[in-house]
Design a protein around this ligand. Structure first.
Ligand code: WTA
Length: 650
């Protein structure tokens, strides 16, 4: 019998969607998708109403995804202006800095003022409709201001995670041809300083598309300034006009570009457009977290990821919700930091990732028990499969057994939620992202493209379209089609594996492509391999994921050194450092194993299946090894892994 947690009746009674409403609305949303989304679109303020809801075609030869295409609107009007004057003096953001005691409150009125001023600054720097602005900021209110200022003038933001290296930032600037970069002097994380301006200077040096760098004073530390190119955010915005006329954009005009790793070395810039994205994100955020006026929401995701774009920035702003924003990490100064913030502000809806829960779980219940978490009503989880053990801890220790867990499954590509147990409607099963959101048609597909019925295991696909989905990969529409729409015609392929039980609940089993999910961060194995192979001592590298207790998956690198180079501990550390510097600390290999040769087939293709097994300490059942060109190579990597394990034990 599977473990089921029913919806608490009192919760269902006041929820936006209860079980009966879910059944009715879901049926309507798939039988008459046009009608359903037309109704949802009334949530936004349009400048010119749309006449046609959707125009889609999934033939890979002529892929078309268009929603509300002849409507026009402005995102910042919907996110900010609409809540004024009613909420002018109410908090939009309650910000907690990395250092305890450091905090700020930004009201809706102040947010509007900042957005308008920065929009005017950007305009003055020559940024116009369709231009790209790169944002490389810590989790501070200015990141929200920067995103809103861009969309106010029809510019397209591309937010780059502040933990990425200058090289990663440079790649994204180069691909997006950003005209302006908005950054800060320094960031603060876990008591450490992140030299953002220094990284930005290195990144921008070789990028002629960047004409100006706007620098937010976060720490006040002295940083180099390039006259003519750099300007201080505070000085420029004080001098700017406090009103900026919002620019009317088409529903299918781009809203933002967000880069994510794929199965080649080059990150892909997913392009999201305005109307459909805002409709899907704004309406789903309210429903899946069951937010009601007055509720306080906190999403812990970094602004560099899609989770934050949709459900930390756009979702709450579109709904006029007050959010907590926290710059730091859960473990600093100690592992009760998050719980102290929940207690301090009385957070009602808390949304985080399984990896953080697993690491906090290791600290035991002590740090949690020090705080009163009774304000919590709903808990969210996203980014990777949540293992039942972490789920139960979240439910009982953090949620006191009374809060439904909203394990929502989606991707950078999908823009908003696809699978989710809507909290007032769907009973929870630990580790299962449960049921489809409205208008979403999941399919479990086998390797030959057959759609499986009932309890089944296969590839996670979705039929049809939904308004929030990405429209293309910047400069590479061909790759967009090839990756998502060509594998199983008529369906969008996620790259994930899935299992559906007899009750129709979905459990995502993880990536089935060359992507590994490390602490909820997507890393392309090819991207990691090219970073490692660019080290002068390295001849070749192969990277696979392996089960990691806290991170979900860890990075396991098999490295072949050049002929004359000796293996050494020092070199191992150097290679790890090399990857950190090239991609960022999140990409650090957890294990580097020397491999005088890699197992390949006769065509020279690396046999990752074997490498993945060895990394997971499975030393037999390699399947058909007749294709291995040199079986001694396999014996060697197995022996080395076993020796390492024996040494670890000793
Ligand atoms: C994984 C984050 C299981 C999945 C919103 C997906 C999940 C990738 C879940 C997207 C979940 C995300 N359960 N797996 N609830 N949520 N994933 O683009 O492998 O950062 O393909 O989007 O994370 O990661 P991304």
């Amino acid at each position: 019998m599977s473990e089921i947690y029913p919806v608490p009746p009192a919760f269902a009674a006041r929820a936006h969607v209860d079980a009966a409403a879910y059944d009715r609305l879901y049926r309507q949303s798939v039988e008459d998708g046009e009608g359903f989304w037309r109704g949802q679109a009334a949530f936004l303020e349009w400048m010119r109403p749309f006449t046609r809801v959707s125009d889609t075609n999934f033939d890979p030869a002529d892929l078309r995804i268009r929603w509300f295409a002849d409507g026009t609107l402005n995102a910042s009007v919907n996110c900010v202006d609409r809540h004024l004057p009613a909420k002018a003096d109410k908090p939009a953001i309650l910000w907690e800095g990395d250092t305890p005691g450091e905090n700020r409150m930004v009201t809706w009125g102040e947010l509007a003022d900042k957005v308008n001023r920065l929009a005017n600054v950007l305009k003055g720097l020559g940024v116009g409709k369709g231009d790209v602005v790169a944002v490389y900021l810590p989790v501070i209110p200015e990141v929200m201001v920067a995103m809103m200022a861009c969309v106010r003038i029809g510019a397209v933001h591309t937010v780059v995670f502040s933990g990425f290296s200058s090289e990663s930032l440079a790649n994204r600037i180069e691909d997006s041809q950003a005209k302006v970069l908005i950054t800060a002097d320094e960031g603060h994380r876990g008591g450490r300083v992140v030299p953002l301006k220094r990284n930005a200077d290195v990144a921008v040096a070789g990028q002629p598309s960047i004409r100006h760098v706007v620098v937010v004073r976060r720490s006040g530390a002295p940083v180099p300034v390039t006259p003519g190119r750099d300007l201080w955010y505070d000085e420029a915005t004080v001098a700017a006009d406090p009103w900026c006329e919002p620019v009317e954009v088409g529903a299918e005009d781009p809203l933002f570009i967000l880069y994510t790793s794929g199965s080649t070395g080059k990150p892909k810039g997913l392009v999201h457009t305005t109307g459909g994205y805002l409709v899907h994100v704004g309406t789903s955020w309210r429903i899946i977290f069951d937010w009601h006026e007055g509720d306080l929401f906190w999403c812990t995701a970094d602004v560099g990821w899609v989770t934050a774009h949709s459900y930390k920035i756009y979702g709450p702003l579109l709904n006029g919700a007050t959010s907590v924003m926290f710059e730091g990490v859960p473990s600093w100064p100690d592992s009760s930091r998050w719980w102290s913030i929940i207690e301090k502000h009385g957070v009602n809806i808390f949304y985080t990732a399984p990896t953080a829960l697993r690491s906090l779980m290791r600290e035991g219940e002590g740090p949690v028990r020090k705080h009163d978490l009774s304000s919590l009503r709903v808990l969210g989880s996203v980014g990777e499969p949540i293992n039942p053990e972490a789920w139960r801890w979240y439910h009982s220790v953090i949620g006191g057994g009374r809060c439904p867990i909203v394990d929502n499954y989606w991707q950078t590509e999908t823009g908003a939620v696809l699978l989710v147990p809507i909290p007032g409607a769907i009973p929870n099963k630990p580790g299962m992202a449960a049921q489809p959101y409205f208008g979403i048609r999941p399919e479990v597909v086998d390797a030959d493209g057959n759609t499986l019925e009932g309890a089944a295991e296969g590839n996670m696909c979705f039929r049809g379209s939904w308004p929030g989905q990405a429209r293309t990969i910047l400069h590479d529409h061909e790759r967009f089609i090839r990756t998502y729409f060509a594998p199983y015609p008529g369906r969008f392929f996620t790259g994930d594996g899935v299992k559906r039980d007899a009750d129709g609940y979905y459990r995502i089993s993880g990536r089935v492509d060359d992507v590994i999910n490390v602490s909820g961060h997507r890393l392309g194995t090819v991207e990691l391999e090219s970073a490692i192979s660019s080290h002068p001592a390295v001849a070749e590298a192969a990277v696979v994921g392996y089960p990691h207790e806290v991170k979900g998956q860890g990075v396991f690198a098999y490295v072949t050194l050049k002929e004359e180079v000796p293996e050494s501990e020092e070199l191992r550390r150097e290679i790890i450092e090399w990857v950190r510097a090239r991609i960022g600390p999140i990409a650090s290999p957890d294990i580097v194993q020397w491999a005088p040769a890699l197992p390949k087939n006769r065509a020279g293709k690396i046999l990752r299946r074997i490498l993945t097994k060895v990394a997971a300490n499975q030393f037999d059942n390699f399947g058909d090894t007749s294709t291995v060109a040199d079986p001694a190579v396999v014996d060697d990597i197995v022996r080395r892994r076993q020796t390492h394990l024996a040494q670890e034990k000793a």
